[in-house]
Design a protein around this ligand. Sequence first.
Ligand code: FES
Length: 157
Amino acid sequence: MEQANDVDLMKLDTLIEEKFDNNPEALVMVLQEVNAEYNYVPQGALQYVAEKLDIPLSKVYSVATFYKAFHLEPRGRHIISQCVGTACHVRGAMRIKGKLEKSLSIKEGENTKDMKYTFETVRCIGCCSLGPVIKIDDDVYSNVEQDQVDKILEKYQ
Ligand code: FES
């Protein structure tokens, strides 16, 4: 299968041609799809999107760096977002953070060596009375206790 670095070009072709009809105005939506597919926007994808949509690479790059939702560095298959907002902090978020960092053997902002997880902190997930709260991919875990962390992580392969 055709590859540009770590990007599956056939998949990108299908996405850009069939779903967005090579429309340059769909740039943000294309980048959203790429980010969702890879959990980040690979360099090869930026170049390919620029070619396919006939947009200067500099513009594609500036859009990709403008939106915080787009990540330009590789991220793990599962994204762990731990809330460290005030309400969760008061309810013991830092204990859970310490446990997560110990279990994953990484610090906040890092990927595990096997690229299974990325560990990030966020300021609020929107369910403050249920803290401490962690989100893994689309799953939210509330009232998390330290001794539940490893069991929760086991669910994600
Ligand atoms: S402060 Fe943690 S969910 Fe709002």
